[in-house]
Write a protein that binds this ligand. Structure first.
Ligand SMILES: Nc1ncnc2c1ncn2[C@@H]1O[C@H](COP(=O)(O)OP(=O)(O)O)[C@@H](O)[C@H]1O
Ligand SMILES: [Mg+2]
Length: 429
């Protein structure tokens, strides 16, 4: 049949090949067109038969799966390779992805997993070659006759030192609100292992940040268009990898390049950032023009947020870089902490507050429709987020002085401890 996904199975063990073939025999849209027992044979058959997908074992005598993948990717670029391996070591996986593999399966795997991987990789293919390319050069808000000089976009990291504070909720709704105002906005799920954005926006990670890992320096608008997706709010979304293990194939360098590139194409880049301060998270925070720091009205949150402010100071972030937003804001009950108390305790102005409204938040996330655009858009919680979004747009787009980024250039990959330690050394401590 014309629409079939044509698969080549490569493994040195005939028994494994047979098992894999059996797992696929009842899938009406998948056709196993051949089997190869060595890397050399795989390269030969790939050239001859041009399968859509190759299921490639890594450990084989002669040229192994990685070597074969490399040759195939070069000579038959239309073929998509899925690596099969008993190892799930990230370095191994990264090498496989560098060699051009699109996905991997850890042996032993079941039929469902195999079929899902094949369909996912196959679905991804047309997207990579024919995705709608956005007109990045047009700046909204300029009159047509004005020459368009695109200023750099604004990178906003939504961060909280502890999970569960509401970063994802805030990031998604801020991003959608900005997009609905006609701002060219992209939301990046920076929670690479367990990102929630796809669920909350009801989108599938057919393409994801993991697709960056094998593209080296060729990061350009076309690539970004091909791996990001467009939500119906007109928001561009770059999802986290579909599976947690894949997070490790995205390097700090990938992230830096990505963000730098996105700044050329979007007015706003909103990153839903994880709490754990890994080098990747630090890279995002360093590069951010603003950090929306999410706090809540309780002592544990105050303590952690206060520590983050100390850290921000140690990292020499300018004070105005961090915007304090109180989420799940409640009016003070009895001896509770008021929003005003939060600002006082942290000695910072409150940039915005988002009221507590579990029913609306839960309903929106269950439906996969952000509350600022669905039937909840007139609720107090939505209006509060829209207000913050408007404030952000006004402040950052209307010619306010940008926060300087002078520090981060010299601070590469030292980790938090190394960076703080170095700074003390430099200070003679
Ligand atoms: N303003 C709010 N009112 C009520 N519940 C909220 C609010 N903001 C977030 N939540 C809930 O808190 C939990 C954590 O939110 P989430 O956005 O996932 O936080 P994070 O990304 O920081 O871990 C979720 O169950 C979410 O529905
Ligand atoms: Mg989250």
């Amino acid at each position: 049949m014309a629409g079939n996904i044509r698969v080549l199975i490569v493994d040195d063990l005939p028994e494994t090949r047979e098992n894999v073939r059996k797992l696929l025999q009842f899938e009406s849209d998948i056709e196993v067109i051949g089997q190869a027992g060595t890397g050399e044979e795989a390269v030969q058959m790939a050239k001859e038969h041009q399968p859509d997908i190759i299921l490639m074992d890594i450990n084989m005598p002669g040229i192994d799966g990685i070597g074969a993948s490399q040759q195939i990717t070069e000579s038959v670029p239309s073929v998509q390779i899925i690596i099969m391996s008993v190892q799930s070591d990230p370095n191994y996986l990264r090498r496989a992805m560098m060699a051009g593999a699109r996905d991997f399966l850890t042996k032993p795997f079941g039929g469902d997993e195999l079929v899902a991987a094949i369909r996912r990789v196959h679905d991804k293919r047309p997207a990579a070659s024919s995705a709608p390319v956005r007109q990045h050069r047009q700046v909204t808000g300029n009159t047509p006759e004005e020459p368009v000089v695109a200023p750099e976009g604004n990178l906003i990291a939504v961060y909280s030192p502890k999970g569960g504070a509401g970063c994802t909720t805030a990031a998604i709704n801020l991003a959608v609100a900005l997009a609905r105002r006609g701002r060219r906005t992209i939301l990046v799920d920076g929670s690479l292992q367990f990102g929630d954005v796809s669920v909350m926006l009801n989108m599938k990670a057919v393409t994801s940040i993991a697709d960056l890992s094998d593209r080296g320096n060729e990061l350009d608008q076309d690539l970004i268009s091909s791996i990001s997706q467009i939500h119906r709010s007109n928001l561009n979304v770059l999802l986290a990898p579909p599976r947690p293990e894949m997070a490790d194939i995205v390097t700090e360098e990938n992230i830096k390049q990505l963000l730098a590139s996105l700044k050329e194409s979007f007015d706003f880049i909103i990153v839903d950032t994880t709490s754990y301060l890994s080098e990747k998270t630090l890279a995002v925070l360093d590069m951010a023009d603003r950090i929306v720091l999410i706090a809540q009205q309780n002592l544990s949150s105050l303590k952690n947020v206060s520590r983050f402010f100390d850290l921000a100071e140690s990292l020499e972030y300018e004070t105005q870089k961090v915007w304090l937003v109180v989420n799940r804001a409640k009016s003070k009950q009895g001896k509770g902490i008021s929003v005003h108390d939060v600002g006082k305790a942290l000695k910072r102005p409150i940039y915005g507050t988002i009221p507590d409204d579990e029913i609306t938040v839960n309903d929106a996330s269950n439906r996969g429709i952000p509350m600022v655009m669905g039937e909840h858009q007139k609720k107090a919680i939505s209006l509060a987020i829209i207000k913050i979004a408007d404030q952000i747009a006004k402040e950052l787009m209307d010619g306010k002085a940008p926060v300087s980024h002078k520090k981060e250039q010299s601070e590469k990959s030292k980790g938090l401890f190394g960076r703080l330690f170095n700074r003390r050394e430099a200070a003679g401590g």
